[in-house]
Design a protein around this ligand. Sequence first.
Ligand SMILES: Nc1ncnc2c1ncn2[C@@H]1O[C@H](COP(=O)(O)OP(=O)(O)OP(=O)(O)O)[C@@H](O)[C@H]1O
Ligand SMILES: O=C([O-])CC(=O)C(=O)O
Ligand SMILES: [Mn+2]
Length: 531
Amino acid sequence: MTTRVNPNCRLEDQGIEGLGRVYYNLLEPALMTEAVARDEGKIGLGGTFLVTTGAHTGRSPKDKFVVRTPAVEDSIWWENNKPMTPEAFDRLHADMLDHMKGRDYFVQDLFGGADPEERLDVRVVNELAWHGLFIRHMLRRPEADELAGFTPEFTIINCPSFKADPERHGCRSETVIALNFEKKLILIGNSAYAGENKKSVFTLLNYFLPTKNIMAMHCSANHAPGNPDDSAVFFGLSGTGKTTLSADPSRVLIGDDEHGWSDRGIFNFEGGCYAKTISLSPKAEPEIYATTSRFGTVIENMVYDEDSLELDFEDNSITDNMRCAYPLDAISNASKTSLGGHPKNIIMLTCDAFGVLPPISRLTPAQAMYHFLSGFTSKTPGTEVGVKEPIPTFSTCFGAPFMPRRPEVYGKLLQEKIAKHGSSCWLVNTGWTGGAFGTGSRMPIQATRALLAAALDGSLNGVEFRRDPNFGFEVPVSVPNVSDVLLDPRKTWDDPEAYDEQARKLVQMFSDNFAQYLPGIDDEVRAAAIG
Ligand SMILES: Nc1ncnc2c1ncn2[C@@H]1O[C@H](COP(=O)(O)OP(=O)(O)OP(=O)(O)O)[C@@H](O)[C@H]1O
Ligand SMILES: O=C([O-])CC(=O)C(=O)O
Ligand SMILES: [Mn+2]
């Protein structure tokens, strides 16, 4: 019988002792069985696993720390990554190991990265069986014979029942995510939100890959049917549409959130997807909807009927950030390899709740760099009391919370690769049209899809373009299957002067934010800066 763990690499061999029962590399059915036995959640329709995560229903970026050791001192972007002293980390580590004694743990040995040459071997040690199921869906699953020789390069210990002590552990609250590059260890305490697991691995890859000249990207990716070389990536912050728009029935899905771009092309870091389910429509997003009733899908923080177990896609009383996690093969048109060629098209998604940005714009490489460094989207009112206006959010590289290095590192890599491979770049607004949030409405998914289809098949390059007076990029005047009015946001507003006023404000926000990047920027990108 094949063993499901490298016999020379048990937790004891890593100095983790005195635990209760340790379950190594259980498969999905066994993980579900253990999760049910522990009352962590319950089986839903079609064999999904329904779970709630208590106080944390999203990531806790303010509680994330990097241990400040000499080896990483010069390479970490400390203005964006909170430091923790090695001594505080050691106390946290010792206290967590102590807390773990006598408790059962679920170990999953997995790969981060679909390209075998570039992958990171990670061991994820979870207190919750369903976290084991989640991360097994999300990362790359080794074959049984690969497990026999598996030696983790990094270990993540995720212990939601552990509460940190800010005084003793040098953190901010009882919640902690601490990355130690020297000890090759990540410790997560006091959050049951599953997304912390996957974004920890992303942060590691974002640190390591640039040294190998590989661009690490917070983006989704797909390719044309039968032609992996005709690939596209979709950058974007949370909620901008990476997952929704990459799962396009007319394209082959490579992945929905994290990818690398090496000299061989693009590769998914993950083996699964983590989709938002709020208002998920079977008509607009049939592939993702179908995953919410298949065996093994983890359904996190959704309200359901206690008797019938029917999910309520509209009830956001637990959180707006309700999600489902499933392996890539749950999507029928997913790539078998999770690899693609050098992207022919680079899409930058933004959800502009001010209703100012056009639904699609063509960017020069310098403009693409400007928008990549800006990383604009907006948070919409409603989730926080008293928030009446959309909140502009500038998160550099479309993912500042996951970027351990300085933005220029990623910016330069992307710039070089775009120049070398001649990728076309586009800015796509999946946010508001016909006015700002409160007046207008969200861009219809069908319109966004039609515009993307035209960009990706090359036909959009053949239409007439106008130059946007506020942002300087080019905007198509007319596109088949999309109303001309939609293409010109000013015309969608009842009051065009109110549009101009809002546009002026947004330009100013971009310009104020970009000031921080001007000192290190080359002339071409400087010339593309607006305002
Ligand atoms: N025009 C549109 N384009 C894309 N998504 C839209 C559009 N209109 C509405 N939506 C909704 O917006 C949400 C986009 O979320 P999605 O999960 O794709 O974001 P994401 O970029 O993958 O975020 P995260 O990184 O948090 O996973 C979905 O709920 C989708 O149904
Ligand atoms: O990380 C998460 O919690 C979910 C996600 O994909 C994102 O927010 O970008
Ligand atoms: Mn997503």
